[in-house]
Design a protein around this ligand. Structure first.
Ligand SMILES: NC(=O)c1ccc[n+]([C@@H]2O[C@H](COP(=O)([O-])OP(=O)(O)OC[C@H]3O[C@@H](n4cnc5c(N)ncnc54)[C@H](O)[C@@H]3O)[C@@H](O)[C@H]2O)c1
Length: 254
């Protein structure tokens, strides 16, 4: 029976890159997304490269989501990796954000990840040493403005990683995060005017945005046997963006 890798948000650019990098001999990638066309596209790219993959349409904010995904995964084989790569982000100042928007950030972030991971663990769907990985964010630790809901949800997602890694270490279940810097994706581009990101990228420490493949490489490592003793870890892949944010007020910036 094949091993199974689950990617939530597999139709997105980061999720899609993760799904492709996890595809390989003996692995079926379950490409989960609420966007059917996007899930199909990722699955067909994996199959086109000689791998096995299946699109699975589900909304991570539905209460039936985790049970449906895990039921299908268990029909395919033991799960060796599960990746959570979805979020709700709204750019609005704290005085104006709705409670519904904050709820949605939590629902798609820590609640969806927890529902999926607990369903996998409680139904014994995981192979020993399986790696559960979330796409975290610098927003978990840095108070970026006009992003209260997203900041809160990513902080909670980080605690989910630490708490589950601690509680489940004895069960052979590893839980980690990849913490990207600024990755130029369609989701990210939707927040900005045309041209803004071209200039912003040049001002980043490495003079470029990160790519989905930069993130997928770290996810691949954390999901692999080479990371057998890695759990509760936050693997930052940000081109030194987080380090560069340590600037005192009033200090000159280049
Ligand atoms: N882009 C960045 O700079 C960046 C930085 C740090 C962390 N991240 C994290 O990476 C992850 C992916 O970001 P991205 O920029 O690739 O996003 P994206 O918008 O390009 O892709 C997200 C995917 O998730 C799917 N999706 C959205 N809501 C869903 C739902 N309710 N149920 C199922 N699928 C749903 C979308 O259809 C889309 O295919 C997010 O968790 C985000 O917080 C992104």
């Amino acid at each position: 029976m094949a091993e199974v890798a689950i990617v939530i948000g597999a139709g997105g650019e980061i999720g899609g890159a993760c799904a492709r990098t996890l595809g390989g001999p003996g692995v079926v990638v379950l490409c989960v997304d609420r966007n059917e066309d996007a899930a199909r596209e990722t699955a067909s790219r994996i199959r086109g490269a000689g791998g096995e993959a299946e699109p699975f349409v589900a909304d991570a904010s539905d209460s039936s989501f985790a049970a449906a995904v895990v039921t299908r995964a268990m029909q395919l084989g033991p799960v060796t990796a599960a990746i959570h790569a979805v979020a709700h982000e709204e750019h609005v100042e704290a005085m104006a954000i709705s409670l519904e928007s904050i709820d949605r950030s939590f629902a798609l972030g820590p609640i969806a990840a927890f529902s999926l991971f607990r369903e996998l663990a409680s139904r014994a769907a995981l192979a020993n040493g399986a790696g559960l990985t979330v796409i975290g964010s610098l927003h978990a630790t840095h108070a970026f403005e006009d992003a209260l809901g997203y900041n809160l949800a990513h902080a909670a997602l980080a605690q989910l990683v630490s708490t589950l890694a601690h509680e489940w270490a004895g069960d052979g279940i590893r839980v980690n995060a990849v913490v990207p810097g600024w990755i130029r994706t369609r989701g990210e581009a939707a927040f900005y005017e045309d041209g803004y990101l071209d200039e912003a990228g040049l001002k980043l420490p490495m003079r470029r945005f990160g790519t989905p493949d930069d993130i997928a490489g770290a996810v691949h490592y954390l999901s692999s046997r080479q990371a057998a003793y890695v759990s509760g870890s936050f693997l930052t892949v940000d081109g030194a963006l987080g380090a560069s944010l340590a600037t005192l007020p009033g200090a000159s910036q280049s």
